[in-house]
Design a protein around this ligand. Structure first.
Ligand code: PFF
Length: 444
């Protein structure tokens, strides 16, 4: 293989994994989640979790995929046997559930893109922006309709086999999104009163270091790296041997953190400068960004560009979730990829519709004090993904460490000290941190 094609294959893998990682998690969830969980008290554990257990779990998932091949269930079976195969199936369920509500937020992005295209998005009045978001989510019909549009785009991408096209597109759009975010940050920081937002985001106080903030930080680490849901196992199956797993994993983590931090800096200063509420919840990005665009020259044009980038970022993530489920149905249930995708389209439509309605007519229906959408996100991020990660850690740290060691060293031999550190991280640190965070978060 020539050097140039090796490069392109390595880049292709990093792009696909980073494409899965960077999406609505960083841009939509991180800003309001960091705000709601105490700023630095959330951000510091998030970064620490990412560079300790996050990176090694990314490595372990890729190693399982590359060794085991096929769907996540098959790969786990090949590497770990029957019990781990069942845990692989659990990861498929996690991906399925996440996609159902992810698609609702994806729908909001489509709706804002359409607004931007009609030139209506950059509005200066905070009340009008709040009302627009409120109308969108509380009106069951429109909310479900946009969810259906996004879900159809996701399923269409998989059925038509144009993932490669989307990935290639994201090679240009991801850097564009980063540049746009930096431009918005600069604009935001030059507004009067914006510094309070930076302080709000990065202010550290011990009082905010609560068990639930730590659990949420861990949950967000899993969510933002697409961990514990079979994604990287499924993608790892296509990875050539000469690809260096540790370097790719670090790249994915760095890009994911960078996206989240940029998004936080894009939103919070503007929130304070415009006198918006940092606790506006899921609507924060959708209310703040249009307001910023109303304060820049050619804002309407940039808004279109921004929402295109956001939509593609969301699609590369939703496609990765769907891939896990479709690969499983194709492999285990012998369904054609087309039939599998169609089945997902129908079932996810209904499950997602319940989440969509939980912002409107069904907002009174709560589980543990959370509306259905929030409940699913809470369970998936804080429990199901970490449990999937736990399974991966036990498998690769204990049962199949030799496989892990071999897979990590296919492209480059690491010193015994490096390998030992990775082993300690995967075999001890990851399981302990996950279990303690879950225990404390629930009973603490
Ligand atoms: N990491 C994606 C994001 O932050 O938007 C969301 C996601 C994708 C979560 C895949 C989980 C997953 F398995």
């Amino acid at each position: 293989m020539s050097t140039s094609s090796q490069w392109s294959s390595r880049l292709g893998f990093i792009l696909a994994s980073a494409g899965s990682a960077i999406g609505l998690g960083a841009i939509w969830k991180f800003p309001f989640w960091a705000g709601a969980n105490g700023g630095a008290a959330f951000i510091i554990p998030y970064i620490v979790f990412t560079f300790t257990i996050g990176v090694v779990l990314v490595m372990a998932e890729i190693a399982i995929g590359r060794r085991g091949r096929g769907s996540v269930m098959n790969a786990m079976r090949q590497v770990g046997g029957k019990t781990f195969a069942a845990l692989g199936a659990f990861a498929v369920l996690t991906s399925f559930i996440i996609l159902s509500y992810y698609s609702v937020v994806g729908g909001w992005c489509v709706s804002y893109l359409v607004e931007a295209l009609s030139g209506n998005v950059a509005v200066e009045s905070a009340d009008a922006l709040k009302a627009r978001f409120g109308d969108l989510v509380s009106n069951g019909y429109t909310n479900i309709a946009w969810h259906l549009v996004f879900l159809t785009l996701t399923c269409g991408t998989v059925v038509l086999g144009v993932e490669k096209g989307i990935e290639r597109l994201s090679k240009y759009l991801m850097p564009t999104l980063f540049i746009l975010m930096i431009a918005i940050i600069i604009r935001g920081l030059t507004l009067d009163g914006s510094w309070a937002g930076v302080l709000y985001l990065f202010n550290f106080s011990w009082d905010s270091v609560t068990p639930s903030a730590i659990l949420n930080a861990m949950g967000f680490t899993f969510f933002s790296l697409s961990l514990g849901a079979g994604i990287l196992v499924t993608y790892g199956a296509y990875l050539p041997k000469e690809n260096n797993i540790p370097t790719s994993s670090i790249w994915v983590a760095v890009l994911a953190i960078q996206a989240a931090l940029l998004a936080g800096l894009m939103i919070m200063p503007a929130v304070f400068a415009f006198g918006l509420e940092p606790n506006a919840g899921p609507g924060l990005v959708f209310i703040t960004v249009p307001m910023i665009f109303s304060h820049v020259p050619f804002g309407a044009v940039f808004a279109v560009l921004f929402y295109i980038c956001l939509l593609v970022a969301a699609l590369t993530s939703s496609v990765s979730l769907l891939e896990v489920v479709v690969a499983f149905m194709h492999n285990e249930w012998r369904m054609s990829r087309r039939a599998a995708t169609f089945t997902c389209w129908v079932t996810l439509f209904f499950l997602g519709a319940v989440s969509a309605l939980s912002f409107g007519v069904w907002s009174d229906f709560t589980i543990g004090g959370r509306v259905f959408f929030d409940f699913l996100d809470y369970v998936c991020s804080n429990f199901m993904m970490p449990i999937g990660g736990l399974a991966v850690a036990v498998l690769m740290g204990w049962k199949a460490w030799p496989v892990m060691a071999e897979e990590l060293s296919t492209a480059c031999a690491y010193s015994p000290a490096v390998m030992k550190t990775i082993r300690i991280a995967i075999a001890y640190l990851a399981p302990i941190l996950v279990l303690v965070a879950i225990y404390q978060g629930v009973f603490g």
